[in-house]
Design a binder for this molecule. Sequence first.
Ligand code: CA
Ligand code: CA
Length: 370
Amino acid sequence: MPRLRAALALLSAAGLLAGCGGGQGSTGEPSKQPPTKSSTRGSAAGVIEVPADAETRPSQHSGDSVDDPAIWVDAGNPAESLVIGNDKRGALETYNLDGTLEQRIESSTTFWGNVDIRQDVPLASGPTDVVAVANGGVRLYSMDGATRRLSPITADGAPLDTGGGEGVCLHASPTDGLSVFMVFISGGVRQFALEDDGSGNLSLQLVRSFKVGSEAEGCVVDDVTDTLYVSEENVGVWKYDADPEAGPTRTMVDEIKPQGHQIADIEGVTLVDDGNGEGLVITSSQGQTGEKSYFSTFDRDTGAYRSSFRIVAGDQADGCSHTDGITATSQPLGPDFPHGAFICQDDSNTTPGEAGNQDFKLTRLEKVRP
Ligand SMILES: [Ca+2]
Ligand SMILES: [Ca+2]
């Protein structure tokens, strides 16, 4: 698809693909981050405790119901940006930054898995903000920037057949176009090229498959460095070349303790893009029964370990525990999140804020930076 590749190359050269991972928005300039850590406090285990700032409204379903968030950035009106999250037991939802529900999409296939987004993707029908979510394959939507509503961009709105998969991450490559990685609980990974079928809808083609080894789910792609990060839940976080023609060669970023800094199960993986190749990779150490979950940060460029933190109760929301999916962006999101946000799934939603079914917690990004 030379035209798409050329357009992506142009966008990349123009710096319009700056945002790239874990639901990161891709429009606008990343904010410069003045660390303001006055509200954080350390713990004995070397895990910094950071109070949450807001939470989404509770899921409609009890039990293990929410899982993986993404952020759609409204570059023209950042405070109107949206959190996108899955209700595993029945829907894809979007939330305003104050946590209120904006849109709910249901399907006859009730299990909804992970979600990811790329903005300003140069499809044949024009620049498109593409959302991918696991639901009986992969469902693809476009976000209308004016109405802030998701609409399907597959024929008849149907999911595309991936043969399964729960983990999802998009990759917008300047040379290879748009693709989606599906991560299977069995540890398999499949990469599918996504192309406009000529009618404004996307179709897919399998271009690569490989095995991580054991149970895996969380993933994110750094579009600038062409790197796929995948968490092997009981082992560590790997990075692979995201090029469809790359082989199974990989590098360990960080293992679980005692060799590394994380604990099993390693679930979510996300990317903070600060521009110029700088930024952070953040992972979610969910923990086993009786263990407190936490998040770890690594240097995007060198992979060096930077810090660990936990989201605890703030004035408006309780903290995140036993976290599955995470996302982050350094794009400004209006007055409440002027330097971006970090978002985590919480398995036990108590007061402050509403108490009840699971939800997502939002925290100012500068508070969690090392
Ligand atoms: Ca909680
Ligand atoms: Ca709460």
